[in-house]
Design a protein around this ligand. Structure first.
Ligand SMILES: [Zn+2]
Length: 296
């Protein structure tokens, strides 16, 4: 078939894998050799990066997104910034995949000297013109920053989308200062698998309300087809070390304003409490989103 492409494991280049999950016509596979989890085959459009245009929202959508961020999601970004500030309180901060720049705006207000890159033209236009931020509509490699330039680099929910995750991490390693700090978030595939099992038993749990518009929609737990790489805390650590990083550690960033129904909010609250207790008491790390730090 013309529009899809089989790929080898993006981590170890092994060509053999087993299907572990299928949905919406896409397969998620586990590498036979290194156990890394990824989507295979892959749509040609995704490989070519055309999907970045999904961020080209209409003006109405943009306004809803921004209002949503400023009212509710702000606590979500605050939580991430609070986590960074525990480790590094100043310096040059680069956000890779900065989107509309809401996090960068917050970081700037907190004294960081901020930089951002994103592939979405409309998001960069907003970040530059409305928020007056120092941002570029480029890939990280395309921006070609000098080596050892940044004190802090953040990358939220990006690595699960990129074609060459190790290459992206190596470029981040290159532009990070020697004593710099790298912080990234990505969904935890262990929790995805667990959720998929639970939804199979209780199908009504698959329905969510859109955070911004309140419209109900059926969840696609794995974020298909736009998520093409899937990480556990273990496989992410392995890849960070492979890319040259050291001292990998994890934090819990789970503050989010709840918009769902009463039952779902209750379940979420219980889930957050359980995850927190597991981590604090037993060092078992099971949040739905991995928040990882690495040094150089
Ligand atoms: Zn592999």
């Amino acid at each position: 078939m013309e529009d899809i492409k089989n790929r080898n494991c993006p981590f170890c280049n092994c060509q053999f894998s087993q299907i572990i999950y299928s949905d919406c016509g896409f397969n998620i596979v586990k590498c036979d050799h290194c156990k890394y989890i990824y989507m295979n085959p892959l749509l040609k459009e995704i490989l070519e990066g055309v999907y970045n245009e999904k961020y080209q929202f209409s003006k109405d959508r943009l306004e809803t997104v921004v209002r949503g961020f400023e009212n509710g999601k702000r606590s979500f970004f605050n939580d991430r910034l609070r986590s960074i500030k525990k480790r590094r309180t100043f310096g040059k901060l680069l956000d890779v995949g900065c989107n509309y720049g809401i996090f960068l705006k917050l970081a700037k207000e907190n004294g960081y000297q901020v930089y951002g890159v994103d592939m979405s033209q409309s998001a960069i236009k907003y970040a530059r013109n409305e928020l007056k931020l120092n941002v570029e509509c480029k890939t990280l490699k395309g921006a070609n920053f000098p080596s050892e330039y940044f004190d802090v680099i953040s990358m939220f929910d990006v690595i699960e989308h990129v074609k060459d995750p190790i290459g992206e991490l190596q470029e981040i390693h290159r532009v990070l200062k020697k004593d710099g700090l790298f912080f990234l978030t990505t969904p935890n595939v262990k929790v995805y698998m667990l959720k998929a099992q639970i939804v199979k038993m209780f199908p009504f749990l698959a329905y969510y309300k859109d955070n911004f518009t309140g419209t109900p929609y059926k969840a696609n737990e794995f974020g298909l087809p736009y998520h093409i790489n899937f990480f556990t805390p273990g496989s992410l650590t392995k890849m960070l070390i492979e890319a040259g990083f050291k001292d990998v550690s994890f934090d819990l960033c789970m503050k989010e304003k709840y918009h769902g129904r009463y039952l779902r909010n209750l379940l979420r609250m219980l889930h957050v409490m359980m995850v927190w207790l597991l981590f604090k008491l037993f060092r078992v790390y099971m949040p739905a989103e991995i928040s990882a730090y690495a040094g150089k």
